[in-house]
Design a protein around this ligand. Structure first.
Ligand SMILES: [Zn+2]
Length: 354
């Protein structure tokens, strides 16, 4: 097994010498590893595999000229010098290297330049999609936290609920389908690969100096990944069916007059059909519950958190991430929390649910 902490000591801005060195040492040393003209690396283990694992080799470091010191404490890796750790996405690379080392079947793609909007995956999806021929399930190991099997990225469905639920069930632990995905390489494939998802790999506060990686979780996940029956996961999503299942939250940045509220309501009705919309001062527009939903809700235990209900009913998918950022930033200001701009972390769960 590769040493994750040692791998974390390589800060890797995209196409920096340190990233090249990292790829040379850890990825290109595997026999049979292939490379495309963008620099993505790929290898297939086993025949007739219809699933693909992906990660990205770059990190968001500013300086990538020398190795960095990584602190270890109680099974966590982190940094103390104000720079990021790079668990995003070193841990994803580490998981894939270990699976390859154990000859675990699958197509493995190490993408380049993810942090600048998924350039490596965009290259494959647009210029050489044949790389993923026969693939029906594509999983990125590139998500914060302990429990997300991402079903939506940027507010657009990327895998079916059935697929995510079954994968979550087989992984166990805290895994559960989540619609809160922002963006990972897998999103670039969702228009021709039915089941694209992103899995939590145990890092938190990515892209910040407070980034931390749970090493024990990562090791545990590695073992769990090998127990999943990847070949038998249900493939349900129709790539031609556009299902964003989403309502755009309204930004509270601008002062709304009665008139603009009315226009907004008309727009929402036009976009989402014949639903009754109500305006809640602190939260924006919400659709009134349909009779059927009300009936179903009555049956549910009262202790259920409202956020869970929203999640299950598909209320909060993200389409316009910037808009949502603004909304939550404003919400926290309203609550009187003194949050500086730099403290604001859109990836932090606390900003997403209340
Ligand atoms: Zn990432």
């Amino acid at each position: 097994m590769n040493n994750l902490v040692e791998m974390l000591s390589y800060p890797r801005r995209a196409f920096s010498p340190m990233e090249e060195l990292f790829i040379h040492n850890y990825i290109d040393s595997i026999s049979g590893m292939m490379k495309d003209s963008f620099g993505n690396r790929m290898i297939q283990i086993g025949n007739d595999v219809d699933w693909c694992f992906t990660s990205h080799t770059d990190t968001v470091h500013r300086n990538s000229t020398k190795k960095q010191f990584v602190h270890l404490d109680a099974g966590y890796a982190y940094k103390l010098d104000g720079d990021v750790l790079g668990g995003d996405d070193t841990t994803g690379v580490w998981l894939m290297l270990n699976l390859i080392h154990d000859n675990f079947p699958g197509l493995y793609i190490f993408h380049r330049d993810e942090e600048a909007g998924g350039q490596g995956s965009r290259f494959i999806a647009s210029k050489s999609p044949e790389v993923t021929e026969g693939i029906t399930k594509l999983i990125s190991f590139d998500r914060k936290g302990y429990g997300d099997v991402i079903t939506h990225q940027r507010g657009i469905r990327c895998c079916s609920y059935d697929f995510a639920q079954e994968l979550a069930r087989q992984l166990g632990g805290e895994y559960y389908p989540s619609q809160r995905g922002v963006f990972s390489d897998s999103a670039n494939y969702d228009y021709f690969i039915p089941e694209c998802s992103n899995l939590s790999i145990g890092y938190f506060n990515a892209h910040s100096s407070k980034e931390i990686q749970d090493l024990i979780f990562a090791e545990d996940l590695f073992r769990k990944l090998k127990r999943v029956a990847w070949d038998r996961l249900p493939v349900m999503r129709d790539v031609n069916e556009f299902d964003n299942n989403y309502r755009k939250p309204v930004s509270r940045k601008s002062k709304k007059t009665k008139k603009t509220k009315k226009t907004k309501k008309a727009k929402l009705t036009k976009k989402f059909g014949d639903v009754t919309w109500s305006y809640y001062p602190n939260y924006g527009w919400f659709p009134e519950e349909q009779e059927q939903q009300k009936e179903e809700k009555k049956k549910e235990p009262q202790s259920k958190k409202q956020s869970d209900v929203y999640q299950q009913e598909g209320f909060w998918n993200i389409q316009d991430f910037d808009d949502l950022q603004d909304s939550f930033f404003d919400l926290n200001r309203k609550k009187g929390k003194k949050k500086g701009k730099d403290d604001y972390d859109p990836y932090d769960d606390d900003y997403w649910w209340w």
